[in-house]
Design a protein around this ligand. Sequence first.
Ligand SMILES: NC(=O)c1ccc[n+]([C@@H]2O[C@H](COP(=O)([O-])OP(=O)(O)OC[C@H]3O[C@@H](n4cnc5c(N)ncnc54)[C@H](OP(=O)(O)O)[C@@H]3O)[C@@H](O)[C@H]2O)c1
Length: 321
Amino acid sequence: MLAAYAIQANSDDPLAALEVGDRPEPEAPDGWATVTVRAASLNHHDLWSLRGVGLSEDRLPMILGCDAAGVDEEGSEVIVHSVISTPDWRGDETLDPKRTLLSELHPGTLAERVAVPRRNLVPKPESLSFEEGACLPTAWLTAYRMLFVKAAAQPGQTVLVQGAGGGVATAAIALGRHAGLRVWATSRDEDKRAAAKELGADEAFETGARLPERVDAVLETVGEATWKHSLRALKPGGVLVVSGATSGQAPSAELQRMFFLQLRVLGSTMGTRDELAQLVRMLDLSGVRPRIDRVLPLRDARAGFAAMAEGSLVGKVVFTP
Ligand SMILES: NC(=O)c1ccc[n+]([C@@H]2O[C@H](COP(=O)([O-])OP(=O)(O)OC[C@H]3O[C@@H](n4cnc5c(N)ncnc54)[C@H](OP(=O)(O)O)[C@@H]3O)[C@@H](O)[C@H]2O)c1
């Protein structure tokens, strides 16, 4: 079957580690289902995998991709939850120390078919297209958990979203807007700031710009380049939720500011299957939809990876097998 997969780890030139071609069919052990992929979306995670982050050489070649929507063997339309916990794990799957994401241990979703534990399937409502459904399991689920579970943001509060063009960031802007938050976003790029406002941001600022007032919560996926600004943007007692460090992971911790203003810094990773089901329901009820930058045939996956590596996207890249 056709798939996009990693053949090596290349930290300097991740695209050189990417191959699009034929791979064996996935195997579905007892309790697993094979999903015919109708759409799969790209995440920064896939670029990290090509760089060798979180994907060791002994697991290569590895089909990339965490996110998919498709049809199971019974003909049901499903969205795939990407967090694979150990079979006897109960409760929050993201807290299982042995959990992996699709494409880390088991072959991923950038393929014609993918095998996943049956319990990882969430029904896709008719109101969502396969392309929209495929955007949800990583970027949108991560944004949902950061905003509503970790930051526990309340309507009327102000939340700052760093790096407005990203998959997680565009999701956070749209979800926050719908939930009645005042959403402020930052981006390095003027066009992306305009796009952030179209998505529902009340204001969009240049990266690092002084804000009109301090905010209740900051959602951080950029890392080193925006960390200082994130901490300075918070009100006393405010919360910074971090789930990514695209630009580097060793900023000054600003400890004095953190304790003096009693700031809370919370890590967040993906979300549970139940949170994915809630997110799907929220989109079904609200009409909020993922911003899709482009849809490409899977055989042209390289172009999507290149656009993400360049940082030119606003929203998600979707591949159709
Ligand atoms: N922990 C988890 O479960 C989880 C889940 C999803 C994602 N992540 C991580 O979160 C990060 C974002 O993921 P994504 O899929 O949303 O990636 P993405 O779509 O590639 O977005 C990255 C965004 O970061 C901003 N950015 C990058 N470098 C920057 C710099 N030097 N200065 C300022 N802004 C910069 C850019 O925003 P502008 O161009 O608008 O400034 C860009 O749009 C990745 O590191 C990813 O691995 C973690």
